[in-house]
Ligand binder design. Sequence first.
Ligand SMILES: Cc1cc2nc3c(=O)[nH]c(=O)nc-3n(C[C@H](O)[C@H](O)[C@H](O)COP(=O)(O)O)c2cc1C
Length: 462
Amino acid sequence: MKEDLRNTKEKGHKVEEQSLRFFLDKLEDNEHLLFNIQREDYLLSAIVYELESKGKFPIVEFRHPSTGERTIANVFANRDTIKKCIFNIVDTEEKIEEFNQLDVEDDGPVQELIFKGEDLNILDLPIYKHFPGDAGRYITSGIVIAKDPDTGRHNFSFHRMQLKDRNKMGISLHSRGDLWRYYNRSKELNKNLEIAVVIGTHPAYYITGATKIPQNYDDYSWASTYMNQNAKVVKGKTVDIYVPAQAEYVIEGYISVDELEDEGPFAEYTGYGTDHSTRNVFYVTCITKREDAIYQDLVPGFAWEHLLLSQFTKEIILLDKLKKEIPEVMGLSMPKNGCHFHAYMAIDPKAEGQVKQAMMLLFGLDPYLKLIIAVNSDIDIYDEEEVIWSMATRMQADRDVFIVPKVICNSLDPSSINGMSAKMGIDATKALDWKATKIRLPEDLLEEARKMLDGEKNFGIH
Ligand SMILES: Cc1cc2nc3c(=O)[nH]c(=O)nc-3n(C[C@H](O)[C@H](O)[C@H](O)COP(=O)(O)O)c2cc1C
């Protein structure tokens, strides 16, 4: 596998440090699974889901046996792989001042080929249909770069994009984040909103696009901090937006402020197909790409990558905010089966009512959450069996549960009503006057047992 990646270099391309290729070059053989086959709808999804069911999360590549066309997917399904290329993830805000300059270049590999006017056809790109129920072929791994109409700051975000015509796509802004704000402001100004969609680039851009960055930062500085160097950019060919110079593809254009059109259904991370959409229309004015561009896909639906991409920083950032206010909070995890709606919080309270305070703060910080279970720090919040055991033995429903009805939520939750849901907090920590003693064996004995069993093949444990 490594050899195949090196072929790219032998063709004369230096592996630029801010590229997707730089990251691919760092992979071990078992982190990259190559299939020399042509593009086929659903098959990439089927392979990723099958691998996941076996607990395996390699990056999957389809390479066309004759044209060499390359698609990769599953890039963000494994925390350890992502960490190879991302810096300053815990102390981003402390470091960010060092990275507030853009390195503007005259040209970059992403503009080796330029398609405009009659030559422009997005239907030619290697874009996949992922599920039979999807309305069509979707770009799932495009980072939308837009500029705040008032401040000019760049914002990066993800949005599903449905191919409609050679220069037209449907796009949904349902998470009601910054791009949705810019679109509403553009409507007030009666001016279409320019965007540039980046596909295939350094993971720092992806992680930034999936993270809710505070409004006072330009997302380029955030991505630069994750890369530990200033972003190298080039000016878009038809839009007044800087784009990463070392990306694989950029699709330029604008979101119309006059038109809305049906979009979806699409397989969402909740595990359901949905046509819930803001129904926006994106007109493409230009495609730029490398000569041998790698297309990056993301298999959608209830797949690890779809969830982990934003979860990766969400847990870290939320925990940091919680700890700043309530130092007794010890940890935070968001289990995959909760699809962004559930959180497990570790806390060792020092006062009556503190657990409830921490849960209410967390609900306020993350509107997606519907359920928080709080446990003490002796419980492993990444081990669901322990969390549920803590609920079974430390929680009384009449005393330890609260429900707040009708709060803003993620509207992709199929059980939500008018964009609202009920929030439930469960305090499964020990009461402050707790008496029961948790049984445990001495650690040295357990260690001895481990050693004895390690050498023993006959129990069938190996
Ligand atoms: C893989 C992935 C796909 C997403 N798809 C959409 C989408 O189709 N529409 C949408 O409005 N938000 C979508 N989001 C959520 C936003 O991109 C995300 O909330 C982002 O952080 C926006 O933050 P911002 O408000 O700082 O721009 C997606 C996120 C991820 C990670």
